[in-house]
Design a protein around this ligand. Sequence first.
Ligand SMILES: Cc1cc2nc3c(=O)[nH]c(=O)nc-3n(C[C@H](O)[C@H](O)[C@H](O)COP(=O)(O)OP(=O)(O)OC[C@H]3O[C@@H](n4cnc5c(N)ncnc54)[C@H](O)[C@@H]3O)c2cc1C
Length: 402
Amino acid sequence: MGLTSNAAVLAGAGALGAGNGQGELAAHVAETMAGLTRSFDRAYFLDCWRAHRFEDELWLKMGELGLHGVGVPEAQGGMGGGLTEMVLIMDLLSQAGLPSFLYALTCFSRTPIVRHGTPQQIERYLRPTLSGQQKICFAITEPDAGTNTFRIATRAERRHGGWRINGQKVFISAADHADLMMVIARTRPYTPGENRKDGISVFVIDAKHPGVELKPLNIELYSPEKQFQVFLSDVDVDDGALIGPEGQGLETLFDALNPERLLISAICVGLGDYALGKTIDYVNRRAPFGKPIGSYQGVQHGLARAKAHIDAARLMAYHAAHVFDGGGRAGAAANTAKLLASEAGVEAVDACIQYHGGYGFDADYDVITLWPMVRLCRTAPLNNEMVLNYIGEHVLQLPKSY
Ligand SMILES: Cc1cc2nc3c(=O)[nH]c(=O)nc-3n(C[C@H](O)[C@H](O)[C@H](O)COP(=O)(O)OP(=O)(O)OC[C@H]3O[C@@H](n4cnc5c(N)ncnc54)[C@H](O)[C@@H]3O)c2cc1C
């Protein structure tokens, strides 16, 4: 692990936990994670990436330790806690250089099931994730609609007491390793002039259904999890696959999208701290002019500024998670956290590259290898322009600009 910012994280999570009576769980999670990340490190993650294989051992160990059940109410078979504790796990995984996409994907995809699922759906889709037995990926983005989710063309049509889904998705992370796929589809086509929100529905499908075809994309994040184009051809599902109300799935959807923004924020601040930790080790040793470069203010200021921005973004992320867990409207805080965390992560990794000099570009130093993932977070899951649009419109009450 890089910097000793666990104390700051715990203080943040503890303070937030105290509000929802979950401070003890957050402390337990942090202790369990400290043990886990002593056994699994960045070298393990990169070995999985090199071998093109999923991080099975890490995932199974998390299951043994009960970590997959954290964030789900005990009444539904989980360990209790909420988004706050899942963000904590994601943060601590990332601080150790293990930013598992499928952990984030499974957590935010199942949150709408926790909140809107029927008892049968809880049993069928949620419970198998609690031991880690099943993983969920998330499919909203489409080639033509891009950022404009309202324009998605994937259709779910009524068929024989269930639904038949046809369409195409793109950039779907870890679709090959997932057992289930949360698919956002239209049960009524988009019609200009009508309310664009009408017709959006949320489904869970079997990711191994014969009608699901995956085509890998050539995206390099130095992560074991890859991205895919997904073709959905006559994917028949029963009525139980529809989560929340038909055609009015926007609220259901946002119970995945706000957690997504915060789990991605956790990757940014955690990985940012990992990068700073590496850099501190390096600048304390590297001395081309006789004194370690870490003793120069020019270097210290860059690292100190990045650290300040990371910790501020982290607090915002835990605050937003706390709002979400309390049942409040988390959109403003979640978007703000995502903006700050993605900028802070980029700043930290950029400083890491800069102060490693030429070695920053040698993949064997695992510095340049951090760049694609943090830089991605300014673009995905929602680009920062759209995040700023949200703040402009919903926080500052300015007119919608697009
Ligand atoms: C590595 C990776 C993993 C991903 N994983 C998933 C996943 O698991 N599931 C999933 O569903 N999707 C996933 N995505 C998709 C990701 O969420 C989209 O790429 C992202 O939402 C942007 O969509 P687009 O690429 O079509 O960009 P476009 O919509 O074409 O936008 C391009 C750019 O235009 C600008 N822009 C667009 N609209 C506006 C506006 N209204 N105002 C101002 N500027 C604007 C922004 O700078 C934006 O980046 C992933 C993407 C990547 C690269």
